[in-house]
Each structure stands twice: as structure tokens, then as C-alpha cells.
Design a protein around this ligand. Structure first.
Ligand SMILES: O=P(O)(O)OC[C@H]1O[C@@H](O)[C@H](O)[C@@H](O)[C@@H]1O
Length: 320
């Protein structure tokens, strides 16, 4: 069973055709019989060799390892970082109901929303997470992935773009960088987000700090289309459903009393806002073991001909 396109293909290709999907579905039923994806992911994570590998669902991913012992896993499908392990702690979550076979975007990891963040003219969260990105280069500890227009993306959004996403393991942090280039003669607008799913031992053990106090946020769960509210807390705790856009917050830190670890989300360039999303109470999504703390450019970027937008986000773990 071979997933198309290969890592050396230069063209970004839309999701599998129906025949490929059937083959993948047969693999998925094999996975389900063995206790689901959580088990399969755990098995794959224990592999130490770096390089291009294929999961049981037929999706290719790049396993990164650093001499310090940290590791990461980056799927070509959606350029999605599904694992970052530092000092034995996994900081990234993949939902138990996630499909890891290409039948739908990966619900978990550092998942891309591009060129649209929420509901709008094209599909929710855009198309970057629905296509297989190409590997432009890789080393043991870093990978560079590229997405360019295909027939699939042009149907939704016919703009001459090039997106590049790099993931680099450093000794004590994980660096990500997103470039969006305008290759055409006319300007275009886009929104962008890393819809990041972070692993949490249990939500009642989690505190999210950062420059939240006094900030305005769009509470999407109030009223019809949301309501602007003001945050009066220094530290956010989650005991209800959340879908909030915190404008101008770029420095969230997740402190987990269960693991004794904190994770700083360092949005050092481009990313302007933080979204917190939690489907609190949804057992099927495994709500109690993750929180989405997303790096977002909510107000659209206008990119002129020849210009490049860059988003830098690093994850830096520490002990509480
Ligand atoms: O399941 P996904 O595609 O990862 O998305 C998770 C959630 O992302 C949130 O941003 C949306 O508001 C939700 O509607 C959605 O369910």
C-alpha cells in the first residue's frame, strides 16, 4: 500500500480518491480491532529512528529526534505536528476520535487553519489541513514542508500562494515557522491559525497564564455569533465549554499540576491572538485530556505581490 504523492513530489495533492480511501478504510478497521488510534500512536512514538515513516492508516509522517532525546512527529497530511516529547513528557494531544487515515483532517496536533480560520466564504478552517504537503528538506531534527496551489485548493481559493512550514527540535524547545508568499501580481487576504491541541493530565489540574487580564475577547458561545467580553482573571481555569478569541494575547503558558510541567507558547512573530477552545464535557473527544490554545492571526493579513508573511511559534517546556 503506497500513499500518493510521495515525499519527493513537488505538487501538493488533494486528499485521496475514493479507491485509495477504501484501501485506507480496510487499514482503519484493523486499527480499531486493536483498540483504536491511541494505541497505534503510542506504538509509533516509541520508534527512535528519524526520517520518513508511514502509520498504520497509510499516512506518511516525519519522525524527528534530537541528540538530547527529545522527539517530534510531523504528518505530511495537513503539515500537522502530532507529538512533541521532551524529557519523557508528551506535550501535544491527538483526540481519541481523530481519524489518522486521511478520511478527515487530523483532530489534534498543531493543526493548520489556512487561508481561513472560522466559518466564512470557504470551508471552516480552510484547506491547509486537508492536503498532503511536500517535504522540501529534512534533517534528523528538522523538516521543511511546502504547500502550493492544486486543482483541489484552486476550486476554493484561486490565489498564487506558496506556504512553507518548518518544524525544528532544539535542545530545550520546539520551533515552528510558517511562511506565506504571494507569488502573483495582485494582493490577497488570508487568516491563519495553528489550532494547537495540548496534552493535559486533567483540566482541573490546568492553569493558563499570560497577559489575559484586561483583554477583550470574543466569546463565540454567547448570543448569535458571539459577544465581546473583558477578561478580569490573571489565570484561566476551564470548567465549562470554551471558544474564545483573545485579541492581542501572544504569551500563554500552560501549567499542569498533574505532570508538574509547564509549557510556554512563544508567539514571537506574526501570530497576534490566542484562541482557547475546549469542548468541555464531550467524552467522545476526550475533553478532559486536552485544551486547544491556538496561535492565531484573526484579523486578515493583506499580502501584496511578492510579499511574505511569517508566523513564528515555539513551545518551551519547563518544570513547575
Ligand atoms: O475537530 P476539529 O476540526 O479539529 O475542530 C475542532 C473545533 O475547532 C473549533 O475552533 C471550532 O469552533 C469547533 O467547531 C471545532 O469542532
Amino acid at each position: 500500500f503506497v500513499v500518493q504523492p510521495s515525499a519527493t513530489s513537488s505538487a501538493t495533492t488533494a486528499l485521496f480518491d475514493s479507491r485509495q480511501r477504501q484501501k485506507v478504510a480496510a487499514r482503519s478497521s484493523w486499527i480499531e480491532k486493536r483498540g483504536g488510534m491511541a494505541q497505534v500512536e503510542k506504538k509509533a512514538v516509541t520508534k527512535s529512528a528519524s526520517g520518513l515513516q508511514t502509520n498504520e492508516g497509510g499516512l506518511e509522517y516525519v519522525q524527528l529526534v534530537h541528540p538530547s532525546g527529545s522527539s517530534s512527529k510531523v504528518y505530511l497530511y495537513g503539515a500537522c505536528v502530532t507529538s512533541y516529547i521532551q524529557d519523557g513528557t508528551e506535550f501535544i494531544a491527538v483526540r481519541p476520535d481523530a481519524k489518522m487515515d486521511g478520511s478527515k483532517p487530523i483532530s489534534g496536533g498543531l493543526s493548520h487553519c489556512w487561508p481561513q480560520f472560522g466559518p466564512g466564504a470557504i470551508q471552516q478552517h480552510g484547506f491547509a489541513r486537508n492536503v498532503i504537503w511536500s517535504v522540501a528538506s529534512m534533517t534528523d531534527s528538522s523538516v521543511e514542508l511546502v504547500m502550493e496551489p492544486s486543482d483541489y485548493t484552486k476550486e476554493m481559493w484561486d490565489k498564487p500562494f506558496k506556504c512553507t512550514f518548518t518544524v525544528t527540535l532544539q535542545e530545550d524547545q520546539l520551533d515552528t515557522k510558517m511562511w506565506v508568499e504571494n507569488k502573483g501580481d495582485d494582493s490577497f487576504d488570508f487568516q491563519a491559525a495553528l489550532h494547537s491541541y495540548f496534552a493535559v493530565s486533567s483540566l482541573d489540574k490546568l492553569e493558563i497564564s499570560g497577559s489575559f487580564a484586561g483583554k477583550e475577547f470574543l466569546n463565540k458561545l454567547v448570543g448569535d455569533g458571539g459577544e465581546m467580553q473583558t477578561e478580569d482573571r490573571e489565570v484561566i481555569t476551564i470548567s465549562e465549554e470554551y471558544d474564545r478569541v483573545y485579541k492581542g494575547v501572544i504569551d500563554p503558558v500552560l501549567k499542569d499540576a498533574g505532570t508538574g510541567k509547564s509549557l510556554a507558547v512563544l508567539n514571537t512573530k506574526g501570530w497576534a491572538d490566542t484562541v482557547i477552545w475546549s469542548p468541555y464535557g464531550n467524552e467522545a473527544m476526550g475533553y478532559n485530556n486536552f485544551v486547544c490554545v491556538e496561535s492565531v492571526k484573526f484579523d486578515p493579513v493583506t499580502l501584496n505581490s511578492g510579499e511574505t508573511w511569517v508566523g513564528d511559534m515555539s513551545l518551551k517546556p519547563s518544570s513547575n
